[in-house]
Design a protein around this ligand. Structure first.
Ligand SMILES: Cc1cc2nc3c(=O)[nH]c(=O)nc-3n(C[C@H](O)[C@H](O)[C@H](O)COP(=O)(O)O)c2cc1C
Length: 367
């Protein structure tokens, strides 16, 4: 039986355990969407020998930004900030991938160059929030992307991957989940296009495959992971045949020799609490179509994480909220130590509080 604390391989990298940091938007970057010292400390605290961190959703372009305070990787000036984060994590013996994202319609004209409308596959009303200089605001209506816009966005993912590589990241993860641009193309509730990027599930998966291939052209497929949320509804998502859509996406991604497929269980919606008693199902379902490493996420406890890895339905488990509150989470899980509780009020934005001041387990207990 495989344990959470046995070694495993991700692309060219050997990990010594399977407790990963899930990508978490914390909105603590500095002016210019550049990571600063707070972020260096946050990631360094969560790095452990042989562990894997997936850094938060990071905009591939100004157009892709949906949250003021979230970092970017669209300008060369952001490379140096990220390099400090990467170097601190590597010094602790961990690997770190950067999650690349484009918010698409989950944005606001105040965040867009020249106050333009956010971009989306189709100009459908979206009932959700974006974080602007005036706080959380309803997203503004999006404009349907032209084929040229799509080509530009794919190029932005490629350029972002190249900057991530220049910053020293071990790889990148494409954010195909939670109702952002890639997910908006994939699921038919948000994609009404009639060209090569809409209609059939093959066409709706094209943007996902194109941006993944663009990142792989920089890093090689074995250093690129993809995150999906099968049946996910966060960000106003819906699909008329979710099982078939995600089976197709997983099967097509399987051809690319990727580092991993990262699956968010539908029992969680974004950062909300899990549906009481709901079991993990999605990782097991997609295992049939994707034969590389699978990372499961969404509502795991130390016990259920151990169980899914032992059952062979996932190779790693990514933790979000527990990792926010427990910088030494792998250590605590390994030794059966109690977990700190998380404070939801400090999830998004603010200062060091609720970010880098959660205590590690006392050394005497840890021994
Ligand atoms: C504060 C917060 C920020 C998040 N930001 C991201 C993000 O940037 N990218 C992403 O793919 N998921 C994001 N998520 C979702 C988490 O990665 C994870 O899927 C979710 O929290 C469920 O896992 P958990 O039950 O272990 O917390 C976020 C969740 C939280 C709580």
């Amino acid at each position: 039986m495989t344990s959470l604390f046995s070694s495993t391989t991700i692309g060219p990298y050997t990990l010594s355990h399977r407790v990963a940091l899930a990508p978490l938007t914390r909105m603590r970057s500095e002016a210019g969407d550049v990571p600063g010292s707070l972020m260096v400390e946050y990631y360094s605290q969560r790095a452990s020998e042989g562990g894997l961190l997936i850094a938060e959703a990071t905009a591939v372009s100004v157009r892709g930004n949906g949250y003021l305070g979230a970092p970017g990787i669209y300008a060369d000036t952001q490379i140096a900030g990220w390099k400090r984060v990467v170097d601190a994590v590597h010094a602790k013996g961990a690997r770190i991938f950067l999650q690349l994202y484009h918010a698409g319609r989950q944005s606001h004209s105040d965040l867009q160059p020249g106050g333009a409308a956010p971009l989306a596959p189709s100009a459908l009303a979206f009932d959700g929030l974006a974080h602007t200089k005036d706080g959380w605001q309803s997203a503004t209506p999006a404009r349907e992307m032209t084929l040229h816009d799509i080509e530009v966005a794919i190029g932005e993912f490629r350029d972002a991957a190249a900057r991530a590589q220049a910053a020293g990241f071990d790889g990148v993860e494409i954010h195909g989940a939670n109702g952002y641009l890639v997910d908006q193309f994939l699921q038919d509730g948000s994609n009404r296009r009639t060209d090569a990027y809409g209609g059939s599930r093959e066409n709706r998966a094209r943007f996902l495959l194109d941006v993944t291939a663009a990142a792989a052209s920089v890093f090689g497929g074995e250093r690129v992971g993809v995150r999906l949320a099968p049946g996910g509804t966060f960000g106003g998502m819906s699909d008329s045949d979710s099982s078939a859509t995600f089976a197709h996406a997983a099967r097509a991604l399987n051809e690319l020799g990727l580092a991993w497929l990262h699956v968010i269980e539908p029992r969680v919606s974004g950062s909300q609490e899990i549906v009481e008693g709901a079991h993990a199902v999605a990782a097991r379902e997609l295992r049939e179509f994707f034969h590389g490493p699978i990372i499961a996420a969404g509502g795991f406890t130390p016990q259920t994480a151990a169980a899914i890895v032992e059952a062979g339905d996932a190779d790693l488990v990514a933790f979000g909220r527990h990792f926010i509150a427990n910088p030494d989470l792998p250590h605590r899980i390994r030794h059966g130590l109690p977990l700190n509780a998380y404070d939801r009020d400090t999830f998004y934005g603010g200062d060091h509080r609720g970010y880098i001041d959660y205590p590690a387990a006392p050394q005497s207990v840890a021994a």
